[in-house]
Design a protein around this ligand. Structure first.
Ligand SMILES: [Zn+2]
Length: 99
């Protein structure tokens, strides 16, 4: 019997808009989207077991984004997290100091 096992099949789900912000990479005013990507082990090309999970906030135009935790989404919606600073940090740009 021949087993056909595969690794690395990715499924990305869009969980909707979270917050409007000016993207630091493409400079468009966009609604960053919450995405959840799972990487699966496949058996005969059918996904059977997820072994990696990643949640991100992404720009719908240029796909720039940051990794987030599940609980971060609500805090970002409520404005408790400085999302722009995290996005700039992910881009490698220096964040503005507030004195
Ligand atoms: Zn962008």
């Amino acid at each position: 019997m021949l087993l056909i096992i595969g690794f690395g099949r990715r499924k990305k789900r869009d969980r909707g808009e979270v917050v409007q912000v000016r993207c630091p990479r493409c400079s468009n005013n966009v609604s960053y989207r919450h995405t959840h990507t799972r990487t699966w082990l496949t058996l005969y090309f059918i996904p059977v077991l997820p072994y990696r999970s990643e949640r991100r906030l992404e720009c719908p135009i240029c796909s720039h984004g940051v990794r987030i935790l599940r609980d971060d989404v609500e805090e970002i919606r409520l404005g408790k997290v400085d999302l722009l600073a995290r996005l700039k940090e992910a881009l490698g740009a220096p964040t503005r100091m507030i004195s």
